[in-house]
Design a protein around this ligand. Structure first.
Ligand code: 6LW
Length: 520
């Protein structure tokens, strides 16, 4: 008997709106990326459980232009990936940009084509083909149109076919043909705690659609389950005939109303069919594993910047201009050149990765900029970098920074309209190891309701009622410990999660290495 299990989430950290397809024995999964460049991370798996990022679908400015005035949580929403007739198709929306577009590739790791813009309104576009080869696009909530994906034209419709069971924001439609019937999977209730997945079926993509008898087929609303906000789902049939759902969910922490700091993550849950309808149980932290099991070697926690290209998990808000970073100016180091004077506004130089674990530690080695590495016209570098450091961010208005300049290290907290330097110390000249440590130790379980933190009956950690504590050290010196709640979706708002990275806001700086460790 197979007693193997897998753990959820299968893709941790800010990886929402998952879409999955199968090509033979290989699976490919994509997620929303919003205002970050490159866009649409793409993952590969042989078993639906173990995923490795193989690239980003939108990795060139000709595919993805995110101008500075694109707000946080604008940009790339909810892609759908499909494999049809030997070609990979991806359809998505640039919200605040030109809208919906399709890119294609022969190989999922790329290169992907430049966009074919498509004259459809709305968000969350889907793609599927009928037995005549006609291409159908479901979008928003929930319309269906026949399109020409090569020309980007709508050929028929759109038909308003179904709006769910009455929950707010019907969205995330995906159309499937199973045993001669058309199934419309969609989400409703909003992407917050009320999120739900519903289904309807029809004989034609034009409808009429008959709602499933057990809608919503999945929701965790109103439960005390550790995984919340389950929704925005996609379905895939494995090579052995079993069915699986990928979906987004959250893992909130801390005292009521609880805080979500990792953003919306990607979960996997089994699906069975009963009386012609898909049935999905609650999404557990641990499920029986699929029949095929294909674990991957652990990825190195440390990037020594020895390669000639940045690993695909490195992302930057809106843009990463060529002149702002280099792996070759000082081989074995990531050199950053400031493009903007503050992390409080778009246009700055920042290279970061998603926080993927509730407990984690980031360390990085910051070095003085090499002589002559300054952009033309700026001051020659001294023995110290300009102004550079590590930042943990939700967006331009919500970030904590550990910064070095002028022989001093400081911790800056930007929370909404407030900006404050909360600690400052002199540091020795030369290379310096910077550490951001995120830990949930000392926090209250969500179910505990009691007097305020610090009273004799409650734990006393700074984040006793928040989701976590974030501490900042330069070398061996602890500079500050801050409550993590202010870097949560509940405070910052929006669709993204925390990103931790390296930045320069004045002059230039080098990073010898960056290490991300799960510590839970
Ligand atoms: C996405 C919508 C949603 O377009 O949130 O949770 C939006 N679902 O379907 C942004 O991720």
């Amino acid at each position: 008997m197979n007693t193997r299990t897998y753990d959820n989430p299968v893709v941790a950290g800010f990886h929402p709106d998952p879409s999955v397809c199968r090509a033979g024995d290989d699976y490919y999964l994509v997620c929303s990326s919003f205002e970050y460049f490159p866009g649409v991370p793409i993952f590969h798996s042989r078993d639906l459980v173990h995923w490795r990022q193989i690239g980003n679908v939108l990795d060139r400015p000709s595919q993805l232009h995110l101008p500075p005035d694109i707000p946080a949580s604008g940009g790339i929403y909810a892609p759908t990936i499909r494999h049809h007739d030997g070609t990979f198709y991806l359809i998505t929306t640039n919200v605040g940009g030109r809208g919906n577009f399709i890119v294609t590739a022969e190989r999922p790791e790329g290169p992907w084509s430049d966009p074919v813009w498509i004259d459809l309104p709305g968000i969350d576009p889907d793609l599927t083909w009928d037995e005549n080869g006609s291409c159908w696009c479901a979008f928003s909530g929930t319309q269906v149109a026949r399109i020409d994906p090569a020309a980007g034209q709508m050929l028929e419709g759109p038909y308003q076919v179904w709006s769910g069971t009455g929950g707010k924001y019907p969205e995330a439609p995906h159309l499937f043909q199973v045993d001669g019937r058309w199934y419309l999977l969609m989400s409703e209730g909003g992407t917050e705690r009320g999120h739900a997945v519903s289904i309807a079926r029809a004989r034609s993509p034009r409808g009429p659609f008959e709602p499933g008898p057990a809608n919503p087929i999945l929701t965790h609303r109103g439960t005390d389950r550790p995984i919340q906000s389950t929704g925005h789902a996609d379905l895939v049939q494995a090579a052995d005939g079993s069915w699986w759902m990928v979906l987004l969910g959250t893992r909130p922490r801390g005292y009521t109303p609880e805080f979500q700091v990792l953003g919306r993550e990607t979960f996997l849950t089994p699906v069975r069919w009963e009386d012609g309808w898909p049935v999905v149980g609650p999404v557990e932290e641990r499920h029986p594993a699929p029949a095929v099991w294909h674990p991957l070697a652990p990825e190195p926690s440390r990037d020594d910047f020895d390669g000639d290209a940045l690993a695909p998990y490195w992302i930057s808000p809106r843009d990463r201009p060529d002149g702002s970073w280099s792996l070759t100016e000082r081989p074995g180091r990531l050199t950053l050149h400031a493009t903007g004077p503050t992390l409080d506004r778009p246009g700055h130089t920042f290279v970061g990765r998603r926080q993927q674990h509730h407990d984690c530690r980031v360390t990085a080695r910051l070095e003085p900029a090499p002589p002559g590495s300054e952009p033309a016209g700026s001051e020659p570098p001294g023995s110290e970098p300009g102004t550079a450091g590590l930042s943990i961010r939700m967006d331009e208005a919500h970030h904590y920074d550990l910064e070095v300049s002028g022989g001093r290290a400081r911790v800056i907290a930007r929370i909404g309209p407030l900006r404050q330097c909360v600690a400052e110390r002199p540091v020795p000249p030369g290379p310096l190891t910077l550490t951001i440590d995120v830990r949930t130790r000392d926090i209250l379980p969500p179910s505990v309701i009691g007097p305020v933190a610090g009273s004799p009956t409650q734990p006393t950690g700074v984040a006793a009622r928040g989701p976590d504590t974030i501490s900042f050290s330069a070398g061996d010196t602890l500079l500050a410990e801050l409550d993590g709640r202010y870097l949560s979706t509940e405070v910052a708002t929006g669709f993204t999660g925390r990103v931790i990275g390296m930045y320069a806001t004045e002059g230039s700086a080098c990073f010898d290495w960056f290490d991300y460790q799960a510590t839970g």
